[in-house]
Design a protein. Structure first.
Ligand code: ATP
Length: 336
């Protein structure tokens, strides 16, 4: 069975007289199977929106191939468009229209039966405010309206760029349940989000993009397992013995990072060997805990965007190709 979404070697270069030439996508690959909730992750400026806009025919690529539901796009977009619902960047609505008017207008333009408007209003939790003007809505309510508009056509593929934007914690949880229910009903969902804990909870699989290239992909647990280094946290009964323990472990080939009250040891196959080795030196372990890796730490490592105290990371994740130094990110905190 063909993938619902397939991208191979996608390239996109932006050329501007003022800002020079930048590779936003540099041979990017992505594959999403039917019925999955797929997380599309990457730092600011890494090429996510460029990918989604190219896929939806809003901008033209400079190379590579893409298909949706087995049909090559952009050529087949007129045929597949009815089966794709998307919110990419914040959609704009007429401020004086109500949510119901907005959706009714979109429904008639897309020849969607009128009763679907009430169904989607109910699904996104806007039923009780549906008659009020959009200009009176909060950010989260506008976001719900955007999701409702993407659901109108009952698409087979739903693409949501930052769907949790502006939602309160209850709204984020409702969005999670909605997305899971949609996937269970057979819809394939691609979500781009910076809320990695949410992605870890909601997604079956992920693609991580950095500098316009895929740096990790696959089922979430496999991506986590591939990047888990068998790390364990070691505490001793006597904190002052930590340097001795670090030396002993290091001398036996372990990678050790010393912290104030514990050691982090990586590359550990059998944690019991640590206890034995230290006990032989008269060092007694009070805690030996496996460290589980989460999507956030994998993301920070693969995209090289972990904050470094005292540094300000400059947010630019594309690569200049006009002779200027590549703007690959260095570690650091928030840049300007
Ligand atoms: N119209 C444009 N003209 C010139 N450069 C652009 C244009 N659109 C995007 N870029 C550049 O392409 C790179 C990728 O941008 P893109 O919007 O795809 O990133 P993103 O991963 O969606 O980021 P974010 O998480 O911040 O939304 C950035 O360096 C951006 O400045």
């Amino acid at each position: 069975m063909p993938a619902v979404l397939e991208i191979e070697g996608l390239r996109k270069t932006y050329r501007s007289r003022r800002r020079g030439t930048r590779n936003a996508l540099d041979g990017f690959d992505m594959r999403v199977e039917a019925g999955e909730v797929h997380g599309f992750l990457g730092p600011n400026g890494s090429g996510k929106t460029t990918t989604l806009r190219t896929l939806l025919g809003l901008i033209r690529s400079d190379g590579g191939r893409m298909s949706i539901l087995g049909q090559e796009v952009p050529a087949a977009l007129p045929q597949v468009a009815r089966q794709v619902g998307a919110i990419v960047e914040s959609p704009q609505f007429f401020p004086h229209f109500s949510a119901r008017d907005t959706l009714s207008l979109l429904a008639s333009a897309d020849e969607v039966p009128a009763q679907r408007v009430d169904e989607v209003l109910e699904l996104v939790g806007l039923r009780d405010r549906a008659g009020e003007r959009v200009k009176t809505y909060s950010l989260g309510m506008k976001q719900r309206l955007a999701v409702a508009s993407a659901l109108l056509k009952s698409p087979r593929l739903l693409i949501l760029d930052e769907p949790a934007n502006g939602l309160d914690p209850g709204g984020i949880r409702e969005m999670r349940t909605l997305v899971r229910n949609l996937a269970e009903s057979g819809m394939t969902v691609v979500l781009s989000s910076h809320i990695l804990g949410e992605i870890q909870l909601i997604c079956d699989s992920v693609t991580i993009i950095s500098l316009g290239r895929r740096v990790a992909f696959g089922p979430v647990d496999e991506v986590l397992a591939q990047h888990s280094s068998g790390g364990v946290r070691v505490r001793l009964e006597a904190v002052m013995d930590l340097p001795l323990a670090a030396n002993a472990l290091h001398g036996n080939g372990y990678r050790v990072t010393a912290n104030q009250d514990h050691l982090m040891v990586s590359g550990v196959d059998k944690p019991a060997t640590i206890t034995r080795l230290l006990a032989e030196q008269g060092l007694y372990v009070s805690e030996l805990a496996p460290v589980t890796v989460d999507l956030e730490s994998v993301f920070l490592e693969l995209t090289n965007t972990a904050p470094v105290p005292g540094q300000h990371r400059q947010v630019d994740h594309s690569v200049r190709v006009d002779g200027a130094a590549p703007s690959a990110p260095t570690g650091g905190g928030w840049g300007a």
